[in-house]
Ligand binder design. Sequence first.
Ligand code: FES
Length: 152
Amino acid sequence: MTEKLETILASLPAERRYLILFLHLVQQELDYLPEEALRAAADYFAVPPAEVYGLVTFYSAFRLKPGCRHEVTVCQGTACHVRGAGELAAEFSRLLGVRPGDKNPEKGVALRTVNCLGCCALAPVVVVDGEYQGRVQVSKVPEIVKKLTGKK
Ligand code: FES
């Protein structure tokens, strides 16, 4: 097991209720959840591996493969959809030069869409490099993209 995984595990009690927190912390650190992290989680939190896998595939916030340096996720769930998420995705796509569900390795940007991020009251919701932004207006997209592409 890598040192990073060991450090994260050591910071948490070996109780099942810390499993999701562990997964979030690993993804924050490594940008995705390697198989090794899932196995370590199953052992440490005494949860069947199939359950850990079921959890990470159920929540669209978790990634099992490395992404791009930057990632924009636009929720397309019902609450977000009725509040203009389609236009948001189209505007991000136009400005980033990447189709929804695709990535642009040259720019290091991926544009994802998901069906619900679990914070519908803030619709439409966008996640930019892990930061949730609620009630995003299409007029704000150029500013978000400028900030994002200005980052290293
Ligand atoms: S529908 Fe977008 S957060 Fe739930």
